[in-house]
Design a protein around this ligand. Sequence first.
Ligand code: ADP
Ligand code: MG
Length: 293
Amino acid sequence: ATPTSVMAGSGRAAEYGILFKGGEHLESAQQIQTVVLDKTGTVTQGKPVLTDVVTASDWTEMELLQRVGAAEQNSEHPLAEAIVEGIRGKDIALSPSEQFENIPGYGVRAHVQGQEILVGTRRLLADAKVNVPDGIVTQMNQLEEQGRTAMLVAIDGSWAGIVAVADTIKETSREAVSRLQAMGIDVIMITGDNERTARAVAEQAGIHNVLAEVLPEGKAAEVKKLQANGHKVAMVGDGINDAPALATADIGMAIGTGTDVAMEAADITLMRGDLNSIADAIEMSRRTMGNIK
Ligand code: ADP
Ligand code: MG
């Protein structure tokens, strides 16, 4: 492509809210064969809502949520924000907490009123040697099969409850995925969330390839593995967690409503959260490079 056509193409893309950081990305986007989509905030709206609370018999819902809210109010994770907002909506006052610890990919730990509170994954509780009754594991599985993210709660080393949130997919995600698939591109969803929730959400978006339970530092490694198969890979994400994978991919695309860290690491910013912009960007590249009329 001539410098003039690249400049014209970049200008046209910008009108659609697709910001290429340099002309070279407009030239290379047409080579993309695989698109990896982060789940939360990329495929989904990223605004989870608290939907379910299960308590062990030694705790009332109020007592449990007071402690969970107190622990989660220190975290900036979208799951934490959803939990805290849901608890505030029930008019439950949060207690102060101490010794807060964020455990990326697993959950949080904090002390509330002299008790140790854990909120997070099965692994978080297993690592802390907290026993979870079989019936509760089954209940958690069922919530996940509905596409909800269920988190376990422990108080002073004993299982105390489950909190679950639902994050619905963006209205346009399914259509955008099917456009990419029709263009001959493999679409893969990647997430730190568990396999069951991830599969249920991916299914709603028409995505059949899922990489679940990937730890924050593991996303870039998964992109590298795909590249090792000789594929040109685009990564699309919004979170701080996604930044290394955005930088590793042949093309990194950040969602404009996401974090600054993601946008800095990416080659393209999609100002509209709509995943149709991914297919638009690749089509514009194909057109600029003269690969379609
Ligand atoms: P994602 O890629 O979906 O944003 P993360 O890697 O951030 O996921 O987190 C993976 C899992 O760890 C979550 O699905 C959740 O079960 C647990 N987790 C992470 N942060 C928190 C938190 N603040 N409170 C409770 N659980 C959490
Ligand atoms: Mg995300």
